[in-house]
Write a protein that binds this ligand. Structure first.
Ligand code: GLN
Length: 477
């Protein structure tokens, strides 16, 4: 077996037994990148010499000692570029480490490089990157999902053992589903956002993309935890997320939200998900129908709240403090030229939408009303989780679409996240695990849990994964 195909736990066993060195493992992954990233284009930036230096220094007894990990270009790593795939941050070099990066470094991980994404994490296909489109390793004519498309693609293509992404409305789970890997959005507050460039601060959460569920738990063990630098991070003990893996799921209540099986979805995707539900039942889970009655408002609410928060967060990119500047005759002209030239069309659309939703006279009609409906959505989940331990849904209504297929129609693009957005609005946790191939393209099963329910979610995900072989399927490149 070639070293680049290993999971974290497989690689860790070999490193600890001394069968391979951290340098050999990192070199194997770098060789793989060299061989396939010209086609996949998952990376924006790499520093092979530095990665090998980190590998040489890695202590393999640490939790992620010597494991090569890729980082989405929205998370700060000291001395590395952090462009958020935006022209406006071209040339920006991070002066500090995000909390999660400190954790990864302390755990011995090797930081390989920066992965492509939709500009400022706004998108579902990675087509909104200023630096070109990442391709789905399963079919190079198709998108890898987004916004963490680069991270999902490099994990699926064995160009990293694992990766970090961020999820504001589905940006970890959706690309994980479309590329056939495991992706986890932790509970809001479980992982510090310190050092994550903010898109929508009440929704953003960092999480792992991995090759299997055990790796996801191992990553979460390292990433989770309280951080005084993020006032929304929750001071709550971090359990060992691997502890529940392997426990059987007999008697667990698995909710099936009736609003999550839509007439417009790909019938083969629906079949794959319903088959997975049947498998969970045959493992002893009790499947119960539940209802999330306000689901139909989730996309609309999200695009008011997320854009409102984005319009405030992105005000800091003004040509003065960060990245690029386009000069003008006075400061106002400099601001408008810098922002006009630096932001791409989707980011501009959202800043305009968000500014409008927050403006005097419209605040009550849009922003305030959206916040009220958000509360109703959160209450839907609270009620539903009284009847079930986890719920399962499709992660996406369709498999990966062709590059360019939805670019001209933002509304169709926004619907890609119809099943993932509510978890961010409600602040709960979820994972996507591979559950099928439709026309040789991966399908994701989403497993949602209540706030701080990661252990149960991972337990169910692992039970499902171990009973099936979908996670072993690999794209041919
Ligand atoms: N696709 C959604 C959006 O464009 C979600 C993005 C995300 O989770 N960062 O806003």
């Amino acid at each position: 077996m070639s070293l680049h195909t290993l999971t974290i736990h497989e690689a860790r066993d070999r490193l600890r037994r001394g069968e391979v060195s951290a340098r050999q493992l990192t070199q194997a992954v770098l060789d793989r990148i060299q061989a396939v990233d010209g086609k996949v284009r998952g990376y924006l930036w790499l520093n092979p010499e530095d990665a090998l230096r980190q590998a040489d220094a890695a202590d393999v007894r640490l939790p992620l000692g010597g494991i090569p990990v890729a980082i989405k270009d929205v998370i700060n790593v000291t001395g590395q570029p952090c462009t958020c795939a935006s022209k406006i941050l071209q040339g920006y070099v991070a002066p500090y480490d995000a909390f999660v990066i400190r954790k990864l470094k302390a755990a011995g991980a090797v930081l390989l490089g920066r992965t492509n994404m939709d500009e400022f994490a706004m998108g579902s296909s990675t087509e909104n990157s200023s630096w070109g489109v990442t391709r789905n390793p399963w079919d190079l004519d198709r998108i890898p999902g987004g916004s963490s498309g680069g991270s999902a693609a490099v994990v699926a293509a064995d160009e990293a053992i694992a990766a970090l992404g961020s999820d504001t409305g589905g940006s970890i789970r959706q690309p994980a589903a479309l590329c056939g890997c495991v992706g986890c959005k932790p509970t809001y507050g479980r992982v510090s956002r310190y050092g994550l460039v903010a898109f929508a601060s009440s929704l953003d959460q960092i999480g792992p993309l991995t090759k299997d569920v055990r790796d996801c738990a191992l990553m979460l063990n390292v990433l989770a935890g309280h951080d005084a630098m993020d006032s929304t991070s929750v001071p709550r003990a971090v359990p060992d997320y691997t502890a529940a893996l392997g426990k059987d799921i007999r008697g667990l209540q698995v909710g099936l939200p009736k609003e999550y099986f839509l007439p417009g979805m790909d019938p083969q995707v629906e079949t794959a998900v319903r088959t997975a539900v049947g498998q969970l039942a045959s493992l002893g889970a009790e499947v119960v129908e539940i209802s999330l009655p306000h689901s139909e408002y989730a996309v609309a609410v999200y695009y008011v709240i997320a854009t409102a928060e984005a319009s405030a967060n992105l005000a800091r990119f003004d040509g003065v403090r960060y990245g690029r500047r386009v000069v003008g005759d006075d400061v106002i002209e400099m601001y408008s030229k810098t922002r006009g030239d630096g932001f791409g069309p989707e980011v501009k659309r959202r800043i305009i939408l968000g500014t409008y939703a927050l403006s005097a006279g419209y605040y009550d009609a849009y922003y305030l009303r959206a916040q009220k409906v958000r509360t109703l959505i959160r209450q839907d989940f609270e009620k539903a989780f009284q009847k079930c331990d986890v719920m399962v849904t499709p992660t996406t209504p369709e498999v990966a679409f062709k590059v360019g297929e939805k670019s001209a129609d933002p509304l169709r693009m926004y619907l890609s996240d119809i099943f993932t957005i509510s978890a961010n609005l409600a602040g709960i946790c979820g994972v996507s695990v591979p559950c099928g191939l439709v026309r040789r393209l991966p399908v994701g099963l989403q497993i949602l849990g209540p706030a701080f329910g990661e252990e149960t979610v991972l337990q169910v995900a692992h039970a499902y994964e171990q009973a099936t072989t979908w996670h072993q399927e690999r794209p041919q490149l």
